[in-house]
Design a protein around this ligand. Structure first.
Ligand code: HEM
Length: 145
């Protein structure tokens, strides 16, 4: 498949572009808001700005507009998550919320598998502690002895 100017059609366009990613993050953050562990991690009470950042990042990653980079610079996602206590429990909660959002997006099986494979791998890569809460990166500067 190609466009009139022969550029390959991006995954972003194939799955429905901005409208699909907006629905995906809306559903995801609706679930995050209901999860006590995840909800407590977000610095802002209003999850709207965080939803915008995740949407812009995903849109850019999948070949859509590069607004994320223009506004936020290089993603450096692992570095940006260092202040948060991303242990396996948080990762599994994040993935549970995302699973619901991906299911609601009703993508074709191949698009769904491609997106899910990426999200699962990215979530595993984001884990930055195996310590109990209060000892890991969110310890607020308390020295780890
Ligand atoms: C594994 C569990 C994860 C947890 C608990 C988590 C949690 C968080 C938190 C608390 C923030 C700060 C909210 C904000 O102000 O933006 C954040 C930001 C962000 N997260 Fe995650 N996250 C996880 C995984 C992921 C994954 C897998 C991705 C990408 C596929 C991702 C992409 C982002 C992006 C793009 C931002 C905004 C970065 C920026 O400041 O520009 N996160 N995440």
């Amino acid at each position: 498949m190609s466009t009139a100017d022969d550029a390959p059609v991006s995954f972003y366009d194939q799955v429905g572009g901005h409208e699909m990613f907006q629905r995906l993050v809306d559903a995801f953050y609706r679930e995050v808001a209901k999860d006590p562990v995840l909800a407590a991690m977000y610095p802002e009470e209003d999850l709207g700005p965080a939803a915008d950042r995740l949407r812009m990042f995903l849109e850019q990653y999948w070949g859509g507009p590069t607004t994320y980079g223009e506004q936020r610079g290089h993603p450096r996602l692992r570095m940006r998550h260092v202040p948060f206590h991303v242990d396996p429990d948080a990762r599994d909660r994040w993935l549970r919320c995302m699973r619901i959002a991906v299911d609601e997006a009703r993508l074709s099986p191949i698009h769904e598998a491609t997106l899910w494979d990426y999200l699962e791998r990215a979530a595993h890569a984001m884990v930055n502690t195996f310590e109990p809460r209060g000892i890991g990166p969110d310890a607020g500067g308390r020295p780890i002895l």
